[in-house]
Design a protein around this ligand. Structure first.
Ligand code: ZN
Ligand code: ZN
Length: 359
């Protein structure tokens, strides 16, 4: 018979779990594996609340294995290192993102693209190589193979830096891969939420002209004054949309609701690139005419490999890029999730795990 979550492994762990599709969180006792030779044990300090956490907690994608402890924007301190661990020392501040394992052998893994390995192990709601369920960062500690642990740069604050581990790499990786970093070029950022606001900051750091494309006119001042965007385009304003036709070199589309691609493709210059990173739960219609007539490209991208995630953290540290966050206590989590569903957050909730998780 299967052991209960708190008896499965030798190390006691405690966090907050969702038990059913209500997505309501409550305290949860479970366990973590013994620290292996390649492993690092981490005391969790902060964990960001990602949109995916909510989708999984409420089983919106249909594959949630309850109880689930989400959280894949983890910053913590190393408390134990295995005998073969070379990269990390006890006491060091580290990060853990969306993945905690992969096959290490396939073509993707060999190219430092663990995120595209067919056997990727996700930080939560997945199964580890020993068959045990993975639990994420809404908890006091975690044990992770050092390959999937990141150095957290000294000058990057834990709170504002945590969301970079998912939101940050989700927009950084496609910008690099699709060549959307040429200084002076014009980047459109569709959607100004957790992903979009980081994309604006990265675009400016790469030297791009950045326009925020949003359905909400209320975000204009915010986009320009606080985030440093060069201009703002409301999709519901036909005059402004018309004036902006064919002016953008690239668009990063972070919108996770079902939406029309045609207006976005029309904003691109010939040879323009539209990269989607939001995950609408239904297929989007792909208009072919603007693609063919303007030799345009539509692409996708999923987080990043470990090497590139480290590069992204170092880039953000160098350019002073952090996410704008609202730090919360663990017992505020259910309220935070309700607010997140209404997009009532600027722009990421981050749980102060270490000082608010009490048994
Ligand atoms: Zn995420
Ligand atoms: Zn692999």
């Amino acid at each position: 018979m299967a052991k209960s979550p708190d008896q499965e492994h030798p190390q006691k762990a405690f966090g907050w779990a969702a038990r059913d599709k209500s997505g309501l969180f409550s305290p949860f006792h479970f366990s973590r594996r013994e620290n292996g030779d390649e492993d690092v044990t981490i005391k969790i300090l902060f964990c960001g609340v990602c949109h995916s956490d909510v989708c999984i907690a409420k089983n919106e994608w249909g594959f949630t294995n309850y109880p689930v402890v989400p959280g894949h924007e983890i910053v913590g301190t190393v408390t134990t290192v295995g005998s073969n661990v070379k990269k990390f020392k006890v006491g060091e501040r580290v990060g853990v993102g969306v993945i905690v394992g992969s096959c290490k052998k396939c073509e993707s893994c060999q190219q430092d693209l663990e995120n595209y390995c067919p056997q990727t192990i996700f930080t939560y709601n997945s199964h580890y190589t020993d068959g045990a369920k993975t639990y994420g960062g809404y908890s006091d500690m975690i044990v992770v193979d050092e390959r999937y642990v990141l150095h957290f740069p000294d000058n990057l604050p834990s709170e504002g830096g945590a969301p970079l581990l998912c939101a940050g790499i989700t927009v950084y990786s496609p910008m690099k891969y699709y060549g959307m970093t040429e200084p002076g070029k014009h980047l459109g950022v569709a959607g100004l939420g957790g992903l979009g606001h980081v994309a604006v900051k990265m675009g400016k750091a790469f030297g791009l002209k950045v326009t925020v494309i949003s359905s909400s006119p209320k975000k204009e001042a915010e986009a320009i004054e606080r985030l440093g965007a060069d201009s703002f385009l409301v999709t519901s304003d036909p005059t402004k949309m018309k004036a902006a036709l064919g002016t953008m070199d690239y668009i990063i589309d972070t919108v996770s609701a079902v939406h029309a691609l045609f207006p976005l493709l029309s904003l691109l210059k010939p040879n323009g690139k539209l990269v989607t990173v939001g995950l609408p739960d239904k297929p989007l219609e792909l208009p072919i005419f603007p693609l063919v007539l303007g030799r345009k490209l539509v692409g996708g991208s999923n987080i990043g490999g470990m090497k590139e995630t480290q590069e992204m953290l170092d880039f953000c540290a160098k350019h002073g890029i952090t996410a704008d966050v609202e730090v919360i206590r663990m017992d505020y989590l259910n309220t935070a999730i309700e607010r997140l569903a209404k997009s009532d957050v600027r722009y990421r909730f981050v749980i102060d795990v270490a000082s608010s998780l009490s048994q």
